[in-house]
Design a protein around this ligand. Sequence first.
Ligand code: FMN
Length: 219
Amino acid sequence: MTTLLVIHASARKERSLSRQLGDSFVMHWLREAPGDTVLRRDVGIEHPPLLTEAWIAACFTPDDQQTPEQRQVLAYSDAAIQELADADVIVITTPRYNYGMPAALKAWFDQVIRIRRTFSFDRSEKTWPLSPLMSGKTLVLLSSSGEFDFRPGGLRASWDHLEPHVRTCAHYLGVAGEDLHHVPIEYQEFADERHDASVNRGLEAAATLAARLARDKAG
Ligand SMILES: Cc1cc2nc3c(=O)[nH]c(=O)nc-3n(C[C@H](O)[C@H](O)[C@H](O)COP(=O)(O)O)c2cc1C
């Protein structure tokens, strides 16, 4: 049995294209593997707490020395990391805001990329001192953008701070490069035939990917 963790990041509850893409992905997944488990966390509507000085101090305090207040400060992070530990596949549905991920999604990454929980730090390792503690996860990124051509080689490739940033953060959640799949919708701001075609392509790609990954994971 496979567990999916679906993270929604759009500030829009209604008419959100990235949420629509996510709903379709999950529907096609469950059509293929009805017994699989779906966990959900809506960071677009219920924002994760921003990091504070108290959070950083708590996270660098050994577990057996943490005060009840420090354990409380880390409660959101603990719960979100547990969901990640339980998940085989992370599905992130997100808009592009100001060329990158929404602040709410960044806040979620800040809560879950945590020393001694999701990564280790070894000072004696001169080149790559940080190592992920989880491995073998798959990440599906389902995005929607108002503009277009953010793919490598595209007109706005150098303005794409969404996929590269998610990819780098995902490394610390145990996602190897080849296990990240991105299905984008573009042209939302134009509402023309290019947008319609992009939506159709995105929905079809998400459905195909869901069915394939569900079959692969079932072994
Ligand atoms: C605050 C804000 C910032 C945005 N910034 C960008 C941007 O930098 N580039 C872009 O292509 N689209 C941008 N958009 C358009 C959204 O990416 C687009 O509307 C997308 O469909 C939103 O996702 P959703 O439909 O899931 O809410 C922005 C939209 C908003 C509301």
